[in-house]
Ligand binder design. Structure first.
Ligand SMILES: Cc1cc2nc3c(=O)[nH]c(=O)nc-3n(C[C@H](O)[C@H](O)[C@H](O)COP(=O)(O)OP(=O)(O)OC[C@H]3O[C@@H](n4cnc5c(N)ncnc54)[C@H](O)[C@@H]3O)c2cc1C
Length: 403
C-alpha cells in the first residue's frame, strides 16, 4: 500500500491526536493518558508484562508475514491460501487460521485478564467479534491497533481510483450476473454476463478473477457450464452496523457529568452482555488542513458508532444528549470466523481465480492487496508455464541466493 501511495503521488493524512479508553458498560477499565510512561506504567500495573508478550507475539507474526513482499518481488506465487501461509510461517501459520487468538496468546503467557479487557476490546472494534477469532486474523487486527496504521489524505479510495487510471484499464460499469464456460482451441474461455443502465451485455475473456465473496449469503451471480460445478463456499458473514451521528456526547453515561472534562476520542468496549455497541470514535474529515482541531468535548461532533444491531432510539439517547443527524449503514461485513473450517480456494477453474477468500485468513486492505498481487503472478506464471515460480518450498533460501 505504501508503494501505491508513492507511485500515485498521494500523501498520508495528518494524524489528529486523541485518547482511547476501554469501557465495560459501567466504568472504564483502561484509560489512555497524555503521558507515554504513565500509559506503560498503567499497563504494567494492571496486566504485568502481558502487553510486552503481546507485542513480541505480534511482531514475530508480522516479521514473517512481511516475507511475502520479497517473494512477490521475485515473481513467486501460490495456488492456495494454505501454501501461501506455509511459505511465510510454516505449518504454524496455517494452524493460526484454525485456532483462536485467545488460545495462542494464553500460550505465550498473556494473562486471561489482559485477553478479557484489552484483546476483546480491540477485536470487538475491528471485527465486531470475540477473542475466538482465529489467531492470524487476530494478529493482523492487533498489529493495526498498535498505532502504526495510516490513511490517505483525501480518502483511501484515491488509491483505487488512482491505480485504475494508471493501468488504463477498460472499465465497464455494470453488475456481473454470471460467468459461463466455453472453450476455444482446447483452452477455456469465460463469458462474463453483465447488466448496466444501458441494458445487458457480455464479453469473452481468457482469464477472470472474481473479487466478491462467493458465499450463498453474498454471492449475486451464477456459474454456468462448469463440470464439475463451482460449489457454493461454506461460511457466513457477520452483520455490522455503522451509525454516523452528529451530536452531543452524553458523557454522564461514561461517568463524566461535566462534558468539558471528557477526555476520550475513541471508546472501545469489553465483551459485556447487554452492552449494545462495540466501539465509537470521534471522526475527522478525510482532508485535514493545518488549522484543523478536534471539537471540544462539550461541542457537537461527528461520532462513528459500531454495533451489531441498528441502534434503537433509547440507545442513541443513552450515548448522546441530543443529536442533529444519524446515518446508518448496515451490511454483512467480515467473515464470521467460527462458521467455516477450511480456507476457500484461489483457483476455481483453469484460468478462473478467486480473490476474496483471503478475507477468511484476515480481513484487511493489505491482505487483499497481497492476495491480488498473488493472483496476478499466479495467472501470469500459469499462462506462461513458469511452474517453478508456483508453490515453491524454502523460498527464504531461494530469494537470498537469487540475484
Ligand atoms: C466497516 C468496515 C471497516 C473496515 N475497516 C478497515 C480498515 O480500517 N483497514 C483495513 O485495512 N480494512 C478495513 N476493512 C476491510 C476492508 O474494507 C476489506 O478487506 C476490503 O474492502 C476488501 O476489498 P475487496 O476489493 O476484496 O472487496 P470489496 O471492497 O468488498 O469490493 C468488492 C466490490 O465488488 C462489487 N460487487 C459485488 N458484486 C458484484 C457484481 N455482481 N458485479 C460487479 N461488482 C460487484 C461490490 O460492489 C464492491 O465494490 C473494513 C471493512 C469494513 C466492512
Amino acid at each position: 500500500m505504501q508503494d501505491f501511495v508513492k507511485i500515485l503521488g498521494l500523501k498520508h493524512r495528518r494524524e489528529v491526536a486523541g485518547k482511547s479508553a476501554i469501557f465495560s458498560g459501567e466504568h472504564f477499565v483502561l484509560e489512555e493518558t497524555d503521558w507515554y510512561l504513565l500509559n506503560l506504567f498503567r499497563l504494567w500495573w494492571h496486566y504485568g508484562i502481558s502487553f510486552l508478550r503481546l507485542q513480541m507475539w505480534v511482531e514475530e507474526v508480522m516479521e514473517k508475514f512481511m516475507r511475502i513482499y520479497k517473494y512477490q518481488a521475485h515473481g513467486y506465487a501460490f495456488s492456495s491460501l494454505e501454501e501461501l501461509l506455509r511459505s511465510l510461517g510454516g505449518e504454524a501459520f496455517v494452524n493460526m487460521t484454525q485456532r483462536s487468538v485467545a488460545e495462542s496468546l494464553l500460550e505465550v503467557g498473556v494473562t486471561q485478564r489482559f485477553v478479557d479487557d484489552v484483546i476483546a476490546a480491540v477485536l470487538r472494534s475491528s471485527y465486531g467479534q470475540s477473542v475466538l477469532v482465529p489467531a492470524f486474523a487476530g494478529a493482523m487486527s492487533l498489529a493495526g491497533a498498535q498505532g502504526s496504521t495510516w490513511a490517505v489524505e483525501g480518502g483511501n479510495k484515491l488509491v483505487c481510483s488512482g491505480l485504475l487510471k494508471l493501468t488504463k484499464a477498460n472499465v465497464i460499469s455494470a453488475r456481473v450476473t454470471g460467468i459461463s464456460l466455453h472453450s476455444s482451441e482446447g483452452r477455456a474461455l469465460y463469458q462474463v454476463h453483465y447488466e448496466s443502465t444501458e441494458g445487458q451485455g457480455s464479453a469473452f475473456y481468457d482469464l477472470v478473477v472474481v473479487t466478491t465473496p462467493l458465499h450463498p449469503s453474498r454471492s449475486n451471480f451464477t456459474f454456468e457450464n462448469f463440470d464439475p460445478p463451482i460449489p457454493d463456499l461454506p461460511g457466513a458473514f457477520h452483520p455490522s452496523v455503522t451509525s454516523v451521528v452528529h451530536g452531543y456526547l452524553n458523557s454522564s453515561y461514561f461517568g463524566f457529568p461535566d462534558p468539558k472534562l471528557f477526555p476520550f476520542t475513541s471508546i472501545l468496549t469489553t465483551d459485556t452482555p447487554d452492552l449494545f455497541f462495540h466501539a465509537m470514535d470521534n471522526v475527522c474529515p478525510v482532508n485535514i488542513s493545518a488549522a484543523f482541531r478536534r471539537k471540544q468535548p462539550q461541542e457537537a461532533a461527528v461520532w462513528r458508532v459500531l454495533s451489531q444491531q441498528p441502534l434503537e432510539k433509547p440507545q442513541l439517547k443513552t450515548l448522546f444528549r441530543s443529536y442533529y443527524s444519524v446515518q446508518v449503514t448496515e451490511w454483512p461485513t467480515y467473515p464470521r470466523y467460527d462458521s467455516a473450517k477450511a480456507l476457500p480456494p484461489i483457483v476455481l477453474h483453469e484460468n478462473l481465480f478467486y480473490l476474496s477468500g483471503v478475507e477468511w485468513v484476515a480481513s484487511s486492505m493489505e491482505m487483499v492487496a497481497v492476495a491480488a498481487k498473488n493472483v496476478a503472478l499466479l495467472a501470469y506464471n500459469r499462462w506462461h508455464q513458469e511452474l517453478e515460480k508456483i508453490d515453491q518450498k524454502d523460498l527464504m533460501h531461494k530469494v537470498k541466493t537469487e540475484l
